[in-house]
Design a protein around this ligand. Structure first.
Ligand code: FAD
Length: 389
């Protein structure tokens, strides 16, 4: 069993770390102050992503992506997760279902998205549909040779950096006919209502949209009618791995800062790291990071190795749950070790503390992950988590 990172993955991790320190790091306070990455900075960052060789890190070379393995992607994502204010999202990851689109859709959406010439956001959540997407009320009705989409979408991440949106709607209002549609911006009947502020100051926005009879050509239907959930299933597995990697990178950065501070900060005549209360916080955090890293790269290796997708799905839930809750605990302890300095906005640990909270909510809340895991134990047995297969 070889548990070392393959040389190409290590090289990519080093590159990602340099990108994070040199390109993203200097933008952190700017995004925190402005509440988003200011418009004039965006082309420069996009160009830096291309120059670094990270354009389309999650797609195959045949579609203009980088063709990285999942281990390589996670090695990159872990380093990008060190950046505060969601700046990791400056490196684009085009929506995975696009690779399942028609050749024409790949040409119009996927290939230019991998190049960073286009960007898409995804809209499934609504005021009445969060954890339970079957409650989606957005409908698609076929009339006069066009689909007509009507409804309201919330929390559409990166709307203000995107030029198209993938909308999840129910054909004729039937949840068994959940379907994805590609809508170019601007579109007749598509209104941006507002982009509220959130706990984190993120690189881009999270928008609320209204659709009123938005006309969509059949050529922009992604997949078959009723395939909406199937097309996003594998995507959510990958995004859960990405979240876990970002949580790992964020927790590691916070702990490094706390560890260094604890060694140099003298109170009562000794470095605070010599107090057992502080030592134990460092020890518990190091162990949790160690466990998360082991889980992340095991699941990534299994994905690369072609393990059955259902088992990967089940393990990705466990990984996302553990990593997001781990990061909350580690960053909280790190802030505590820093004392008042950790509470200052100029301190990365304060920003990581705010940033990381959403990881227990988006892409399936912790409660939903626990429900998935418990269901999988019932269905496939505990061996799914305790065994090797
Ligand atoms: C910053 C941010 C960005 C987002 N970006 C996007 C995006 O780009 N596109 C998009 O479509 N959505 C996006 N979302 C939405 C996100 O996916 C949802 O917030 C999430 O799925 C939870 O839905 P909800 O907020 O409606 O909570 P609800 O589903 O209303 O849940 C409320 C509470 O009830 C619990 N709960 C619900 N059902 C169960 C159950 N069966 N068992 C136990 N507990 C349960 C939940 O865990 C939670 O604690 C984003 C959200 C945020 C905060």
């Amino acid at each position: 069993m070889d548990m070392t990172l393959p040389p190409r993955a290590q090289e990519l991790a080093d590159k990602a770390r340099a990108f994070c320190d040199e390109v993203l790091g200097p933008l952190e306070l700017l995004v925190d102050e402005h509440g988003e990455l200011p418009e004039p900075e965006r082309p420069r960052v996009r160009q830096a992503v291309r120059e670094c060789g990270f354009a389309g890190i999650n797609h195959a070379q045949e579609h203009g992506g980088c063709g990285f393995t999942m281990i390589e992607q996670m090695a990159i994502e872990e380093q990008l997760g060190r950046a505060t204010n969601g700046l990791w999202t400056a490196v684009w990851r085009p929506p995975v279902p696009l690779k399942l689109g028609t050749e024409d859709q790949k040409r119009r959406y996927l290939i230019p998205s991998n190049r960073g010439e286009r960007r898409g956001c995804f809209a499934i959540t609504e005021p009445g549909a969060g954890s339970d997407p079957r409650m989606v009320q957005t409908t698609a009705v076929w009339r006069d040779g066009m689909w007509r989409l009507s409804g309201e979408k919330w929390f559409v991440t990166s709307w203000n950096a995107s030029d198209f949106v993938i909308v999840h709607a129910h054909v004729d209002g039937d949840p068994d006919k959940a379907t994805l549609f590609l809508i170019d911006k601007p579109a007749e009947g598509l209104t941006h209502l507002r982009s509220p502020r959130f706990m984190h100051a993120y690189c881009f926005d999270h928008a609320e949209l209204r659709l009123e009879e938005v006309p969509v050509a059949d050529a922009n239907r992604l997949g078959e009618v009723g395939q909406g959930f199937d097309l996003t299933k594998d995507w959510f597995v990958e995004t859960r791995l990405q979240i876990a990697a970002h949580c790992l990178g964020a927790a590691t950065r916070a702990l490094e800062i706390a560890n260094e501070h604890a060694a140099g900060r003298v109170q009562f005549g000794r470095p605070v790291r010599d107090f057992q209360a502080v030592e134990f916080m460092l020890a518990d955090s190091a162990v949790e990071i160690f466990a998360t890293k082991s889980m992340l790269f095991r699941v990534a290796a299994e994905l690369d190795g072609g393990l059955d997708r259902k088992r990967i799905h089940a393990r990705a839930s466990a990984l996302k749950l553990y990593a997001s809750e781990m990061a909350g605990r580690v960053i909280d302890r790190s802030l505590q070790i820093l004392g008042g300095r950790g509470y200052m906005r100029e301190n990365p640990v304060e920003r990581l503390y705010r940033d990381i909270r959403v990881d227990r909510i988006w892409e399936g809340t912790s409660e939903i992950q626990r429900a998935i895991i418990a269901g999988q134990i019932k269905k496939r047995g505990l061996d799914l988590y305790s065994g090797w297969e």
